[in-house]
Write a protein that binds this ligand. Structure first.
Ligand code: NAD
Length: 288
C-alpha cells in the first residue's frame, strides 16, 4: 500500500500516516508492534524518550531490512532535558537509545520551562544533521504566542490532541497561517468508546462499509492532519491503515465537523499541568 507524503515547511517529506507507540511497554511488545506495522507498509513511527521504548523502536527499524532513508522516525524531548545544555545531552541520549545516526523529526514534547533554550539546541542539531526537522507539541494559542515568536526557526509541526470530539479549531487556524502542519495525537480518542460508538460515525461507516475507527481516521486525514494511531492488536494495526480506498464527501465531513466538543482529555493550559507532567515521567530514573 502506498501512503501519501506531504512536504513540511522546511522541505522535509513526511508520510501522512504512521504508527504511534505511547504506552507500549519495552518488554518486546514495542519491537513486535513496530515490526508488524513496518511489515504492513507503514513507514512512519512516532516515539518519545518519555515512552521508554526508543531502544525497541530503533531495533525494530534497524532489523526491518528497510533502508533507513525510507523510514520516518519521530522522537521527543522530555521536560527534565529542557534548557540549552540539557537538550544537547537529551538529543544525544535519544540517538544512543535508538542506535540511529539521525532522527527525521524531533519535538518539544511539552511546552513548559526553558523551551527557547531547548529549541536552540534542536536548531543546532538540525544544522549538524542529527535531526532533519524540528517541531513542537501540545501548544495552545496561549502557549504558542508565548514561545513561537521567540524562535529563529518556525516549527514544522505542532503535535496536538485531535479527533472528531476535539477539533482544535483556534490553534489550527494559527498554524495554518504560519504554514505549520497539524500532527494529531489521540486520533482514536485514546480508544474513546463513546466516539467509536457515535451514531453519526456509525451511520457514515455503514455507507462506506468501513468500521468507526476507519471513518474517524479518514476524517482526520481529509482535514489535513498527519496521524499515527496506536494498537498492539495485529488486526487493528492492519484495519486502521485501510483508509486510502474511499473518500468522505462534503456532507459527511460536515456532519463529523459538527461533533466537535471543543475539549479533549488533556488541557495544556490547566494550572499545575507542568508540575504534574514532570513528576509523571522521569526520563533519567534509570541513571539514579
Ligand atoms: P489513539 O487515539 O491512537 O488510541 C489508541 C487506543 O485506541 C489503543 O490503545 C486501543 O485501545 C484503541 N484502538 C486502536 N485501534 C482501534 C480500533 N480499530 N478500534 C477500536 N479501538 C482501537 O491514542 P494514542 O496512542 O494516545 O495516540 C496515538 C499516538 O500519538 C501515540 O501512540 C503517540 O505516539 C502519540 N501521542 C503523543 C502525545 C503528545 O503529547 N505529543 C500524547 C499522546 C499520544
Amino acid at each position: 500500500m502506498k501512503i501519501e507524503t506531504v512536504t513540511l515547511n522546511d522541505g522535509v517529506k513526511i508520510p501522512v500516516y504512521g504508527f504511534g507507540t505511547y504506552q507500549i511497554p519495552a518488554d518486546g511488545s514495542t519491537y513486535k508492534a513496530v515490526r508488524e506495522a513496518l511489515d504492513l507498509g507503514v513507514r512512519h513511527i512516532d516515539t518519545a524518550v518519555a515512552y521508554f521504548n526508543e531502544q525497541e523502536v530503533g531495533q525494530a527499524i534497524r532489523e526491518s531490512g528497510i533502508p533507513r532513508e525510507n523510514i520516518f522516525l519521530t522522537s521527543k524531548l522530555w521536560l527534565q532535558d529542557y534548557g540549552y545544555e540539557a537538550a544537547q545531552k537529551g538529543i544525544e541520549a535519544s540517538l544512543r537509545k535508538l542506535k540511529l545516526d539521525y532522527m527525521d523529526l524531533y519535538l518539544i514534547h511539552q511546552p513548559y520551562g526553558d523551551v527557547p533554550g531547548a529549541w536552540k539546541a534542536m536548531e543546532e542539531a538540525k544544522a549538524a544533521g542529527k535531526i532533519r526537522s524540528i517541531g513542537v507539541s501540545n501548544m495552545t494559542p496561549k502557549i504558542w504566542n508565548n514561545f513561537v515568536p521567540q524562535f529563529a526557526t518556525i516549527p514544522s509541526v505542532n503535535q496536538i490532541e485531535f479527533n472528531p470530539y476535539c477539533q482544535q479549531k483556534k490553534i489550527r487556524k494559527i498554524m495554518e497561517e504560519a504554514g505549520v502542519r497539524l500532527e494529531g495525537w489521540g486520533p482514536l480518542g485514546q480508544g474513546n468508546k463513546a466516539m467509536l460508538a457515535d451514531p453519526i460515525i456509525k451511520e457514515i461507516a455503514k455507507i462506506h462499509n468501513k468500521d468507526a475507527a476507519q471513518i474517524i481516521l479518514r476524517f482526520e486525514l481529509q482535514e489535513g492532519a498527519i496521524i499515527f494511531p496506536k494498537s498492539t492488536n495485529p488486526e487493528r494495526i492492519k484495519s486502521n491503515m485501510e483508509i486510502f480506498d474511499f473518500i468522505l464527501n462534503d456532507e459527511e465531513m460536515n456532519k463529523i465537523r459538527m461533533l466537535d466538543t471543543g475539549r479533549g482529555c488533556h488541557d495544556p493550559n490547566a494550572p499545575g499541568v507542568a508540575e504534574f507532567l514532570i513528576n509523571a515521567f522521569d526520563v533519567h530514573a534509570d541513571e539514579k
